[in-house]
Every structure is written in C-alpha cells, then in structure tokens.
Design a protein around this ligand. Structure first.
Ligand SMILES: [Fe+2]
Length: 306
C-alpha cells in the first residue's frame, strides 16, 4: 500500500467509525501514530511475527515497570528536554540552570528542613565518601531566593534508590531543603555511584540488540522551585565517572558537572565531626521567572508518593 492509501485506511478505521463524542486531541494523536506505524510496517515489510514481538515486548516492559526506563533509554526523555529548551528560548526564557531528565525514581513526601539536611541514614558511612554540597538558589537577575524548595534524591553505593529498594530506610538519600534567608541550601550525604538497567530486564534486552550499554554515570537529581519561578528539573553529575559523557539516558549536559573538591584539612574534618577526608561540591541554581504564555515547566506524570 502507498502512504496515501494508508492514511485513508487509518481515517476509515479511527475517524469514520466514531459514533460518540470525540476527544479531538486524542483522535489526532492516535490517527497520526497509527498511520506512522502502518507506514513503518509497510516500508520495512514487517512480518506479523515481528509486529507481535513488538507488542509482547511492550507488554512485558509494562508488567516489569520498565517503560519509565525505556523512555530515557530511547532518548525520548532527552528529546522532550530539547523541545522544552527550544520552547523556552522562543518565549525569551534563557540563562537558567540547564534542565535534564527526571527519570522514573522520584518519590514525593520526603522530610523537609530549612537550610540544611543530612540525606543518608549512615548505613554506608564506612564504605562511602562523605559529600557536602552547598550553594545558592538565584532568580534570573542574580537575586538570592529565600524559601526556594530544593528537592534532592540519589542512589546508594549499590546504585539503588530508597522506596524502590525496600531494603533501605524510608526516604534514605531523599530530602527537601528550603533555602534560608540568604537563599542558601546545604546537605550532607554520600557520593553516589552510577548504575545500570536491570541486566535481565526488557530495556537491557533491547539495548543489547542495539549493541548499546545501559549504564548511567553517578548523578544527583533535583527539583528546584520557588513562588513565581519556573520549576527546574535537573541533575548534577559526579565528575570523573567513566560514563560521564556516555550516559545511556543522554542526560549529561555542559554546566551540570561541578568540580568535586577533596578536603583533607584536619580542622575542616573536625568541624564537620568526621574522622576522614570528605568531598565538597559548590553548585548554585538559577531559576527562570514564570511568564504567561510560556510552556508549562511542571510535567504532569504519575510519581510515587510515600
Ligand atoms: Fe537517577
């Protein structure tokens, strides 16, 4: 079939059959996606067994809760970020901290504190490098923003996230820090490690067929928000990771790789009540002011809540 005939057929199947109220947006999207799928089947001469393989793959990915991992692995989540950047630029919104993907592992409801929080529960203190990370949340004019919310979450030394990994304590490595009167935040935690897709999962199965790895470099996730400001979804990477610029989720960006300072000074170590050297990262966030007619910065998706 040629593409024109396919378009006619899809209209026949999806539009002409409507007898009740139609959600025009859903209809438009379905007609387009089904049409594109039919054309791909035609152009690539996909066999019925291959089509069913695809359906079975998606069913299994869904059953294993891996669709949220497949989206970044296929670059879909990064593509949405590229489009969001372009839309903001068109609306005259530039100069904020770069956004990057949220990933599927945020959990709402983490304990909140003002100015400072310790993220880790101490169970990995012996093996981990202690991290202090601090900075200021600014608006786009460079004015510090008190009462901004810095939501932070990251993996443990096994590359696992609390809540999804039930062996960790509640909200381990997850906190919400409200910036102090000077717009400052600070947290104590551990330097996380990178992690990969479940080796026996559907995402990795597909990546294998594409000759791709499923590894992410070590990173820390953030939501940063404040009244009147656009919500920022981002991550920082831990410099030096072997996958720093080879992330299977395409989330590494210039401007999100702060340097890590190693502090050996006994006075500084004692001041923090530690018994070994620690790492320190300075990182400021710059938010963009909310603007009418700008595309929504908040992404509406189902998130875990504990
Ligand atoms: Fe992550």
């Amino acid at each position: 079939m040629n593409h024109t005939d396919i378009d006619k057929l899809v209209n026949n199947f999806m539009v002409d059959t409507a007898t009740g109220p139609v959600d025009k947006r859903v209809q438009q999207v379905v007609v387009r996606l089904v049409g594109d799928l039919f054309k791909a089947i035609e152009d690539l001469d996909l066999q019925a067994s291959e089509v069913w393989k695809g359906i079975e793959f998606l069913a299994e990915a869904g059953a294993r809760h891996e669709l949220g991992l497949l989206a970044p692995g296929l670059g879909l989540e990064r593509f949405l970020d590229i489009r969001a950047d372009e839309a903001e630029a068109r609306a005259g919104l530039t100069g904020g901290t770069p956004r990057t993907i949220e990933g599927p592992l945020y959990v709402a409801g983490a304990p909140e504190s003002v100015g400072f929080a310790r993220l880790d529960d101490g169970t990995e203190s012996d093996q981990a490098e202690t991290l202090f990370m601090q900075g200021t949340v600014f608006d786009q004019e460079g004015k510090p923003l008190p009462n901004a919310k810095v939501e932070v979450w990251h993996a443990n030394l096994l590359g696992n996230y609390s809540f999804f990994d039930r062996s960790q304590s509640d909200f381990n490595l997850r906190r919400t820090i409200v910036t102090d009167a000077d717009g400052r935040y600070q947290f104590r935690s551990i330097i996380p490690v990178g992690y990969g897709c479940p080796p026996d999962g559907t995402t990795q199965q597909l990546l294998n067929l594409l000759g791709r790895h499923g590894q992410r470099p070590a990173h820390i996730h953030f939501f940063v928000s404040a009244p009147g400001q656009r919500k920022l979804t981002t991550q920082i990477n831990i410099d030096g990771d072997e996958y720093l610029w080879d992330d299977f989720a395409f989330a590494s960006r210039e401007g999100l790789v702060p340097s890590v300072t190693r502090i050996n000074d006994p006075k500084e170590i004692a001041k923090r009540e530690l018994d070994k050297p620690f790492a320190s990262i300075d990182f400021d966030f710059r938010l963009l002011a909310e603007k009418p007619n700008a595309p929504a910065a908040e992404v509406d998706r189902i998130r875990a809540a504990a």
